[in-house]
Design a protein around this ligand. Structure first.
Ligand SMILES: *Cc1c(COP(=O)(O)O)cnc(C)c1O
Length: 408
């Protein structure tokens, strides 16, 4: 069994948790302890030496010390996350997506170092770069999402480049960035910066950045991994276990590990990620296909409706299914967008995405309201857009809800 190749849906239910270590419990229990008892002072001495990286652990995981460093529920959910991400060998969990992103960027960058990143970025990440990293003396070079040549050039030319941070597809335009091209350009540099991909929108089911040469995959597990809009969490995964260990050591200092109860909740959601994402993607695909000719809409942004050949190429090379995020652009601008949001009866007007319930929002006045007019224009975001995260409801009910809300 250990060497047999199994699919992620099976691995997530059979790997990473051993009932024998928890009195035979079929599902993981919750270990709420903040501190752990040592069998001897020598064991305590050894556990600290392992935690501080002074000696190698005798087993794959070190002994438990104190829950800010690690705890059983973190270790269980980390082991169960790994098989969901092709190419990953280790995972670290954080108490939000932003905690995961900030730990990675603070861990990989130092004053004088540079980051190349795609634009638009998730608002929190954008603020982190502008308001925390740049004042610390880190240079930041934005590249437009989907600009493959621009990305190559930025990676070739940026001095002291430590991290390339790609978020693909972009939110809310769904423009895709070529992960493999970024990895290629990095390979040509002798100083080998790392490629980190925020895979929140299409992973772990439909996009596998590590298979295209990324070094780190980051998630807001608040979205699809959590899946029910009732939990904040973040995940970092990588093929290099030492890199993940570094992030865990920094996590212990920053104090942003995911707590036991949240780990347990996240763990219980992992076996249905693939089911939910497939259903949500099918729903969205059916709805997008039927709304695309609607006279009230100027355009629908959705991967299966891409027209640009470069975007189609990236989509086909790096994604398996179009996913459940789409953006509707109204002919009659902001008023029509707001009317649509007001009239929805099934989908709710809220930010966030990836849950089983459908959500819709007006990005320009909410999630992207802090961008300047110039940044909005560069990011292709306008006042006529409504972003929709399609849930697991029956697609005909959702379509009917959207058609009713579109009726002026
Ligand atoms: C939500 C989100 C984040 C931030 O995650 P939190 O869990 O809210 O901290 C980062 N990146 C993307 C793409 C997101 O959608």
């Amino acid at each position: 069994m250990a060497t047999q190749r199994i699919h992620p849906e099976t691995a997530v239910l059979t790997r990473g948790f051993d009932p024998r270590l928890s009195v035979g419990s079929a599902r993981p229990p919750v270990y709420r302890s903040s501190t752990y008892v040592f069998p001897s002072p020598e064991a305590a001495e050894r556990a600290f030496a392992v935690a501080l990286g002074k000696i190698e652990p005798e087993r794959e995981v070190g002994d438990l010390i104190y829950a800010r460093l690690s705890h059983p529920n973190a270790e269980i959910v980390e082991d169960q996350l790994v098989p969901l991400e092709p190419g990953a060998r280790a995972a670290a969990v954080f108490n939000s997506g932003m905690a995961a992103i900030s730990t990675v960027l603070l861990g990989l960058l130092e004053p004088g170092g540079s980051i190349v990143y795609t634009l638009p970025l998730y608002g929190g990440t954008h603020h982190l770069i502008q308001r925390v990293l740049m004042p610390l003396g880190i240079s930041a070079c934005p590249v437009h999402a989907g600009d493959t040549q621009g990305l190559r050039t930025a990676i070739e030319r940026t001095e002291n480049l430590r991290v390339v941070f790609v978020e693909t597809p972009a939110n809310p335009t769904l423009v895709m960035t070529d992960i493999g091209a970024a990895a290629d350009a990095i390979r040509n540099r002798s100083d080998r910066p790392l490629l980190a991909v925020d895979n929140t929108l299409l992973g772990p089911a439909f996009q596998h950045p590590l298979m295209h040469g990324a070094d780190l995959v980051i998630y807001s597990a608040t979205k699809f991994l959590g899946g029910f809009s009732d939990l904040l969490a973040g995940v970092v995964m990588a093929p290099d276990t030492e890199l993940v260990m570094r992030m865990r050591r920094l996590r212990a200092m920053l104090g942003n590990i995911l707590q036991a109860d949240e780990c347990w909740i996240l763990d219980s959601r992992l076996s249905t990620v693939s089911l939910r994402m497939n259903r949500q993607s099918k729903n969205a695909q059916r709805i997008a296909t039927r709304l695309v000719e609607h006279p009230a809409l100027r355009r629908i942004y959705y991967p299966s409706l891409f027209a640009d050949p470069e975007q189609c190429r990236i989509r086909d090379a790096q994604t398996d299914f179009p996913g459940s995020m789409m953006t509707l652009e109204f002919n009659e601008g902001k008023a029509a967008a707001f009317d649509f949001l007001r009239r929805l009866r099934i989908a709710r007007n809220a930010v966030s995405l990836g849950g089983v319930e459908s959500l819709a929002c007006h990005p320009l006045t909410t999630t992207h309201s802090e961008l300047s007019a110039e940044e909005l224009a560069q990011s292709g975001i306008n006042e006529a857009m409504v972003r929709v995260s399609v849930g697991t409801e029956h697609w005909r009910d959702l379509l009917e809800d959207f058609l009713n809300a579109l009726r002026a």
